[in-house]
Design a protein around this ligand. Structure first.
Ligand code: BEZ
Ligand code: FE
Length: 306
């Protein structure tokens, strides 16, 4: 049998190992949108390159398919196992970083997580979001400003956090009061906000599904470094979805979802002074956290990627 000419070989529509991605991508029609063409051709190229590097057996490939099937089967209205997979692979943080390149000095974003609840109770500054009085008392205060340091009044600060056992209210219905440790505050005319709460604790991400099994198989733990979540919004400014991390958490450098950024680690000062405690309406000792949020105006130039 005669071999095909080189010209015919390089445009052949038939599958061959060396040109596998090219053969698949050539099948895409001009009817596909330019963005879908770009996305699918990049994915096919990288997926084929990975398979060529890994050279899986049929059994290995089938266990990958089974993992993805089980991941889908774990998803409900309350549990999004694919987001969790994206989180533990650092993809959620990467997509967030690409989409929130802010001018230097602006508060950076981090991961939203699954425990945000819209329409949490509104509080006046100074009120306590800890409804069961359990935990180490803490006061958090600071300012919301623009990049130039001008106060932003009426900024909305949504906050949510775990209790000192490492659980959100929504994970412990009937154990914690509803809306425990979550609330909405507004900055005053000087951009100031302040509230009382308790020091949060580290906790494991949901690890009873395929993603938890994968973490275990990779020798990784499921723990998130202790944090408070915030969403800070104000008209004309880029909304910030972020955290404040405690500086003493053993998981700071190994957060399961890569959510820690150096700029988000706060100082937590323990104040052992009954008079100071009385002034803020807490018992002594208490934790004092001072934290400012700096918002970038919508459409401000992006920070260049180094
Ligand atoms: C959280 O911080 O609430 C969280 C983030 C990612 C996965 C699970 C939980
Ligand atoms: Fe969290």
């Amino acid at each position: 049998m005669q071999n095909a000419s080189p010209a015919i070989q390089s445009t052949s529509p038939y599958f061959d190992e060396a040109r596998s991605a090219e053969v698949v991508n050539a099948r895409m029609s001009d009817e596909a949108s330019p963005r879908l063409r770009e996305v699918m051709s990049v994915l096919v190229r990288h997926l084929h390159a990975a398979i060529k590097e890994i050279e899986p057996t049929h059994e290995e490939w089938f266990s990958a398919i089974r993992f993805l099937t089980e991941t889908g089967q774990m998803c409900t209205d309350w549990r999004q196992e694919y987001i969790l997979l994206s989180d533990i692979l650092g993809v959620s943080m990467l997509v967030d970083a690409i989409n929130h390149r802010r001018p230097s000095g602006a508060t950076p974003n981090t991961i939203l997580g699954p425990f945000y609840v819209a329409d949490a109770p509104a509080y006046r500054n100074g009120e306590n979001i800890c409804l069961d009085g359990k935990g180490e008392p803490m006061v958090v205060e600071g300012r919301v400003t623009d990049i130039e340091g001008n106060p932003i009044r009426n900024a909305k600060l949504e906050v949510w956090q775990t209790n000192d056992g490492g659980f959100y209210d929504v994970q412990q219905k009937g154990i914690q009061p509803d809306s425990n440790l979550r609330g909405v505050f507004s900055s005053d005319a000087e951009g100031r906000y302040w509230f009382k709460s308790v020091k949060p604790r580290h906790y494991p991400i949901p690890s009873d599904g395929p993603v938890g099994k994968l973490l275990g198989a990779m020798g990784r733990h499921p723990n998130r470094a202790a944090h408070l979540h915030f969403i800070v919004t104000a008209p004309g400014f880029d909304p910030v979805i972020t955290h404040i991390f405690t500086p003493d958490c053993p998981y700071l450098g190994e957060d399961a979802v890569f959510g820690v950024k150096r700029e988000l680690i706060a100082e937590f000062n323990q104040i052992d002074d009954p008079e100071a405690a009385k002034r803020v309406g807490l018992s002594s000792p208490f934790w004092s956290v001072s934290w400012d949020f700096t918002l970038a105006a919508c459409g401000k130039p992006m920070r260049a990627v180094p």
